[in-house]
Structure formats: structure tokens, C-alpha cells
Design a protein around this ligand. Structure first.
Ligand code: FES
Length: 116
């Protein structure tokens, strides 16, 4: 994948570890999650009933839905707790001196690439 395929969505310092940031890209709401393992990106809408996950809480690598309490692993979008049963769409993320960038092409598992 070429660097030009990534779209810058935020400055790196706009997202401290342990926090989330909702960004919009090509008409989609995408939630950036800064965990101890890096930055991951998932769809902002819960797969259960479309609550906005940016209103939930990030605990470690889990994002908790504010509406019915489902939990998802932000590293790969997988469901950890019901009532959700469908994984979140994830996006590849790149973090470097230019900021945080997302590869718009959806993937089954989020990736985090930190440049030295
Ligand atoms: S809307 Fe997220 S668990 Fe129901």
C-alpha cells in the first residue's frame, strides 16, 4: 500500500493515550482509539443498533458501547461482549511526524504502524 493511499485525519498530539477521537472521512465516522499498543481505527457506529461509540468508553483495547454495553476489541473490531454479534469494520492506521492517517480501504483487522 502506498503512502498516498492514507488520509491524514488528525495531529498525533490531538489523541493522547487512553483517549478516542471521532473523525470524518469520505462521509464515514471513524473512531480513533489510542491504546498502549498504538492507535487503531474502527467504525464509530456500533454494529448492534448504531449508537455512536465515541460516546462510550475506551478501557485498554476495548471500546464499550454507551447504549447497551457491548464491548469490541479495537485491534481487530471483534465482539467481546453481547448484545452485539457483528464485528466492527476496522481501518489501517499510520502514525508519523505528519500526524495520524487512515487507509480508507476497510480491513478485517486494524493495524497500527508507528514510524520511528
Ligand atoms: S447499540 Fe451498541 S450494544 Fe446496542
Amino acid at each position: 500500500m502506498d503512502a498516498k493511499d492514507y488520509h491524514k485525519v488528525a495531529q498525533a498530539d490531538a489523541l493522547p493515550q487512553g483517549k478516542t477521537l471521532c473523525v470524518e472521512l469520505a462521509g464515514r465516522e471513524i473512531l480513533l482509539c489510542h491504546t498502549s499498543e498504538g492507535v487503531f481505527a474502527v467504525d464509530n457506529l456500533c454494529s448492534h443498533a448504531a449508537a455512536r461509540l465515541c460516546e462510550g468508553r475506551l478501557k485498554g483495547h476495548r471500546i464499550l458501547c454507551p447504549l447497551h454495553g457491548a464491548a469490541f476489541d479495537v485491534r481487530d473490531g471483534s465482539v467481546l461482549t453481547r448484545p452485539a454479534s457483528v464485528a466492527l469494520v476496522t481501518y489501517s492506521v499510520r502514525v508519523d511526524e505528519e500526524g495520524i492517517a487512515i487507509l480508507l480501504q476497510q480491513s478485517g483487522g486494524a493495524a497500527c504502524h508507528k514510524s520511528p
